[in-house]
Design a protein around this ligand. Structure first.
Ligand code: BES
Ligand code: MN
Ligand code: MN
Length: 457
């Protein structure tokens, strides 16, 4: 028999979905300053809804850029644990815009999915959390445990604001565990808990040659070309087998246990299908001797995101640019730290820089990797709730992506995280045509309700 909160969620689902669409219409792109007002509007929308459903002490907490949204409800009868519910209301930019089949901030339903920027990452999941709380509150006039809510608006740009707030260990964040809905199911219909994330450092290399842009006919042959120098540097970061060449880079990497590797081998994963339909390239690349899941979950990697500078317009311009830059990030795994990795990388880049140019290496943001222990009552309660809603045993996976705050909750608050998310691998997060599977929105709300009920006993 479903709980009365689940029954409430079922009855009210059409309204929940319409409300999510309104939230998705707010273009809360955190990296673009022209959307600061929209980020504030998304934060205010969440705060107003938390207040309306009966949460207390609802307020916006100012940070360097976008505000946090805080709320709590701490009146659970008896000795009940406290949960800290986390998600982010900011979204990625929408470019390339012409590849979207419908406008990114005009949510539409198509083939069982809701298409919009932020639908899966992460507004749809944040809204599922809020609607789970609403359902519990409406059905019982109380929550089954003590609840704190902390939503962030800078996750997609590194989460500096929340990090310093959490690091200050404010009494209002005292909690037993965190519940994070910002991850995905391993496959459609397969209940999943994420127990590991990669960390990252995001950097920028700037190479300078001549004091100003120069005519390439007059000076070509004498003036250093910063793009050629930068290309040499970038090409020197990895060998042809995908191994990163920074000395000491892999030192200390902790490999997954034999049990974890065995569990990954029994996941329903078809490499050829993944290559064709998820990646869409003619072959996969990466370190030899590791499976795709190991390479994306448990091995550190390095990627180049763009090389801004110089002449990139249509047609031709004969110029030797004065400077060139590259955006380069590395994903880190357990055993690695952002500070050490950045220091090794920086001195290696300076060492391999060709003669005649100046190089500057800057750190833009960073976050630690995290690995969650599964032998705690919260994870056990989560698997019980998921089994009830999805009718299957839960699989434990890691993810190659990063949610830096998970490590901070652990370090600063002593709180283990339950990463219960409902995205799908093909949701196109950060890409054109982002979607959220409608069934996952619905079952996600029910899973969160049943999980909180299970923890509350
Ligand atoms: N929700 C993602 C992280 C994620 C993606 C977890 C897929 C599990 C599966 C998050 O919003 C994200 O994109 N994080 C950034 C972090 C960075 C900007 C610090 C990332 O991974 O690039
Ligand atoms: Mn996210
Ligand atoms: Mn994201």
């Amino acid at each position: 028999m479903p709980s009365s909160a689940v029954a409430y969620a079922r009855q009210n689902h059409p309204r929940f979905l319409e409300e999510l669409k309104s939230l998705l219409r707010i273009p809360s792109v955190s990296t673009l300053p022209e959307h600061n007002g929209d980020c504030l509007k998304a934060a205010e929308t969440l705060a107003a809804e938390l207040k309306r459903i009966g949460m207390e002490h609802v307020r916006l907490i100012e940070t360097v850029v976008h505000p946090l949204v805080y709320a709590d409800w701490l009146h659970a009868a008896g000795r009940k644990p406290t949960v800290l519910i986390y998600g982010h209301y900011d979204v990625q930019p929408t470019d390339p815009l012409d590849e979207w089949l419908s406008p990114p901030f005009e949510p539409v339903e198509r083939n069982g999915n809701l298409y919009a920027r932020g639908s899966a990452d992460d507004k749809g999941q944040v809204w599922a959390q809020v609607k789970a709380l609403e359902s519990l509150m409406a059905a019982n006039r109380a929550l089954p445990l003590n609840v704190r809510v902390l939503f962030e608006g800078d996750e997609e740009v590194g989460g500096e604001g929340i990090e310093s707030y959490v690091a200050s260990r404010p009494p209002e964040l005292k909690t037993d565990f965190a519940l994070i809905s910002d991850t995905e199911l391993f496959a459609p219909g397969l209940p999943t808990l994420c127990v590991g994330l990669r960390g990252m450092i995001y950097t920028e290399i700037e190479v300078r040659g001549a004091k100003t842009d120069l005519h390439s006919g007059m000076y070509g042959g004498a003036a250093p070309n910063p793009f050629v120098a930068l290309a040499r540097i970038v090409a020197g970061l990895k060998d042809e087998n995908g191994r990163i060449l920074i000395p000491g880079f892999y030192d200390g990497v902790i490999p997954p246990s034999a049990e974890e590797l065995a569990a990954w081998r029994s996941l329903p994963f078809d490499e050829e299908e993944y290559r064709k339909s998820e990646v869409g390239s003619k072959q996969l690349v990466g370190e030899a001797g590791y499976s795709v899941l190991e390479r994306t979950w448990a091995r550190p990697t390095l990627d180049v995101h763009g090389m801004p500078g110089g002449f990139t317009g249509a047609g031709a311009k004969t110029v030797i640019p004065a400077k060139a830059s590259a955006k380069v990030s590395m994903r880190l795994v357990p055993g690695m730290t952002p500070a050490r990795t950045f220091a090794l990388y920086k001195s290696y880049v300076e060492k391999i820089a060709p003669a005649g140019v100046d190089v500057e290496v800057r750190l833009i943001h960073s976050g630690d990797p995290s690995l969650i222990r599964v032998d705690n009552p919260y994870i056990e309660a989560a698997t019980r709730a998921l089994h009830e809603v999805w009718g299957k045993d839960t699989v434990f996976i890691r993810s190659g992506g990063s949610i830096p705050i998970v490590g901070d909750f652990d370090r600063h608050l002593g709180a283990p995280s339950v990463m219960m998310g409902f995205g799908l691998p093909d949701d196109n997060i950060h890409a054109p045509n982002e979607k959220f599977h409608l069934k996952n929105f619905e079952l996600g709300i029910q899973s969160l309700i049943r999980f909180l009920e299970e923890v509350g006993g």
